[in-house]
Design a protein around this ligand. Structure first.
Ligand code: GLU
Length: 308
């Protein structure tokens, strides 16, 4: 595609998004096919079908003790279509992470009306969890030893891998092609840290508050690539079809965990049990197909829970 055509395609995509947002704000949409509902068509997602365990109790969990019979606050992302997305017009949340959060909440005794979703960017996750700003965090959150020093993790519930989002006519095919290039990622993320390794030789590792901002940088030409997990990038590629593409090569393993207070091992085990139950009863696959599956990914087998 010529760069002129590409610019037009990208501009058209941005305009289409803006129109969708405006239509929603005017109250014209909100149907199940609402184009602004980019986390996957939530009417077909099993959001309301998770059976709420009204007798739930988590013995010896300080966090559960505090929220029991009240509201659970779950941190997530709002700008990652297919994973954690908030429709700017309707404020409706959708995506695979949001469904995972709903499944866990149901098993802990919280129905939809008693879940408070809170948007927390990558860089604020550890402080929000440790300070009690959120009770749980479900937002493309890689389990690793460094983070385990500050927070606890249930899971994993999905394994992603770092990839690159580039313009459709780009020659960049993988991490070997980014020498001397400008690459954008999110502050506080594992992909940003990795890309700063001198072995990749990038000209600039640009840090943004979230990946949507990186995608804007890519579309307007101020960076050559966006790097983060393939699952996240596929969502952006799907909404910029023909203009942006995700490279096939992944160059890391990103096992997604549910973040919670480090000391609350009872809650960690309760969340692990909830994840296992919903992986086994088919909810996990249904949720995947209704969200991430829509941007072209086949549902893998759910990963095994790793207790530590
Ligand atoms: N999974 C990676 C991480 O936890 C990248 C995605 C994100 O920033 O949420 O850092």
């Amino acid at each position: 595609m010529s760069s002129m055509k590409l610019r037009n395609a990208a501009a058209a995509a941005v305009v289409a998004l803006a129109l969708a947002a405006t239509a929603t704000a005017c109250g014209k949409s909100g149907s199940p096919d609402d184009k602004g509902d980019k986390g996957g068509d939530s009417s077909s997602a099993p959001a309301s079908s998770y059976k709420v365990n009204t007798a739930a109790d988590v013995k010896d969990s300080p966090v559960f003790e505090k929220i029991k019979g009240k509201t659970i606050t779950i941190g997530t992302k709002a700008d990652q279509p297919g994973l954690g997305y908030e429709n700017p017009g309707t404020k409706k949340r959708s995506g695979f992470d949001v469904e995972i959060a709903r499944m866990i909440a149901a098993d802990l005794g919280f129905d939809e009306a008693h879940i408070k979703f809170k948007t927390v960017p990558s860089e604020a996750r550890e402080t929000q969890i440790a300070s009690g700003g959120v009770d749980l965090y479900v937002g493309t959150y890689t389990i690793n030893d460094e983070r385990k020093k500050q927070v606890g993790f249930a899971g994993p519930y999905y394994i992603a891998g770092q990839a690159l989002l580039v313009k459709a006519d780009s020659d960049i095919k993988g991490p070997d092609d980014i020498k001397g290039k400008k690459v954008c990622s999110a502050t506080g993320s594992t992909p940003l840290k990795r890309i700063k390794d001198p072995k990749y030789g990038v000209a600039e590792a640009k840090a943004q508050q979230g990946y949507q901002l990186c995608v804007q940088d890519l579309v307007n030409g101020s960076v050559d690539a966006v790097t983060t997990d393939d699952a996240i990038l596929k969502g952006y590629a799907a909404e910029n079809k023909g203009a942006l593409k995700v490279t096939e090569t992944t160059f890391s393993k990103e096992p997604y965990g549910v973040g919670l207070k480090k000391e609350d091992t009872a809650l960690r085990e309760a969340v692990n049990k909830a994840l296992e139950a919903h992986m086994q009863n088919g909810d996990w696959k249904k949720a995947f197909d209704a969200t991430l599956g829509k941007s072209g990914s086949q549902a893998p087998n759910p990963p095994a829970i790793e207790r530590y």
